[in-house]
Design a binder for this molecule. Sequence first.
Ligand code: FAD
Ligand code: UDP
Length: 390
Amino acid sequence: RDPMLQTQLHLKILERGCDKSSIEYSRMKTDILVVGAGFAGAVMAERFASRGRSVLVIDKRPHIGGNAFDQFDSAGVLVHQYGPHIFHTNASHVEAYLSRFTEWRKYEHRVLSSVGGSLYPMPINRETINRLYDLSLDEDGVATFLEGVREKRMPIRNSEDLVLNNVGRDLCDKFFRNYTRKQWGLDLSELSPAVAGRIPVRTNDDDRYFTDTFQNMPADGYTRMFERMLDHPNIRVELETDFRDIRHKVAAEKIFYCGPLDAYFDFCYGKLPYRSLSFRHQHLPHVGQHQPVGTINYPNDYEYTRITEFKHLTGQVHAGTSIVYEYPETHGEPYYPVPTTENQALYQSYKKLADAESSTFFIGRLAEYRYYNMDQVVAAALLLSGKLLN
Ligand code: FAD
Ligand code: UDP
């Protein structure tokens, strides 16, 4: 470890639960301060440390990995604490970069949607249409069927336009409208087309949720991968440390901030909406398998949107099984930017302030207010670090 950094940093009291206000940060210096130990922060930390910079990574949570954090539950099943995280990418440089820190296990995610008491492939595909309407169409037949039911919309201004334009009203109401209302607390018509646009419509029998060229899970889990990324002599990680409490006490040449953008600016323009979730984890002892695929969506029933069974994702063999229910919430930990026109305008006001900061860089899903997947966050962080380290 960098001896300078060590002597300056060892002043911090490390015991958990200590009074943070008593921590002596006032003489701290580091080349780089990274706020947030998720994908964005871990990539920035690793890149700068590998180029000889001293890096202090802080996270207010008691663990690294951000929302991709996984751990064994009390029954010994590997679970994702913040909901199912399935890695997929078409970006070979992202795959190559992360492959330095993990082996992979092949996994193609499949989702069924529970409609009227039956389970149908989601994204909508040939089987969905044939079973739902008791038809036996081939691929061309499904294309003709969709052509007949779709409501042409041009321009596509929002997610309702997009879904109606693709599949028409009945499929929209059965599979999209209520799920979206539950997930976002908004109507499809209030959300950017990019939200429902994440879900394709297929005329063939492909029942995979994603079609990316690379679909694999980190073989030993996400947390293990993050441990390897951050295991560098120039990197020091401090958990349960909020940026708010130390921002004026650490001198850093550059700050990479991965938290909510509005919080950084003390909500000066008001709250930037982020959608939250609460997760209800459950272990089912002596149940080999709870459901036939990784995730089942419940668009029209219950308060939760979906149930995920982790053993499908991880391939773990265990006599019992662990599942998670996702309940969308307005208040709580921020998980999703909410892609509406109004929120985008508010984000742009904050972004002007962000752009005016000379040594703080805003990166990741919360700070960039972008509905990023994990691989997109890694790509954005590689791009930014590449520019700054050039
Ligand atoms: P985060 O992982 O959110 O990390 C930000 C970190 O900053 C957090 O650890 C937070 O504690 C910390 N922080 C915030 N404020 C402060 C502060 N003031 N002081 C100190 N620390 C702070 N992507 C996929 O590719 N595939 C999926 O299947 C998938 N599923 C998802 C399911 C759910 C339910 C959710 C919510 C997201 C999912 N994602 C998925 C998206 C994925 O989680 C994100 O793209 C990725 O984790 C974002 O990384 P990040 O580093 O930008 O942010
Ligand atoms: N969606 C839907 N019905 C579904 C699945 C998705 O209406 O069965 C819509 C919904 O608006 C959701 C969006 O498509 O928020 C994106 O879905 P995705 O599964 O990508 O959401 P995430 O995994 O990011 O929560």
